[in-house]
Design a protein. Structure first.
Length: 93
């Protein structure tokens, strides 16, 4: 009986150590696969040319200034309109 218990205990220790080794091995294998996938995706990356970067930057700057002007005009109209409405409601002081 005691001998059977010792054999079972040794078997459990072996299974635990095998599980630990398999877990470590699978972790390294997953990391290796991940890095291989990253490398494959990085090969697909294309760096834009200087001309493309300049064109994109120009578009962004023009768009920013157009929107800034639009919001300035809208803000000016609303603030003056609100001031006129408040002036008529409250009256001169």
């Amino acid at each position: 009986m005691a001998k059977t218990a010792l054999v079972a205990e040794d078997k459990q220790k072996d299974e635990k150590s095998n599980a630990l080794v398999e877990n470590a091995t699978s972790t390294f294998e997953r990391a290796r696969t991940f890095l291989g996938d990253v490398r494959a995706e990085m090969r697909k990356v294309i760096t834009p040319s200087r001309k493309e970067v300049q064109a994109t930057t120009t578009v962004v700057l023009v768009t920013v200034f157009v929107f800034a002007a639009f919001f300035f005009v809208v803000d000016y109209i609303f603030s003056n309109g609100l001031a006129a409405i408040m002036g008529k409601l409250v009256g001169p002081q």
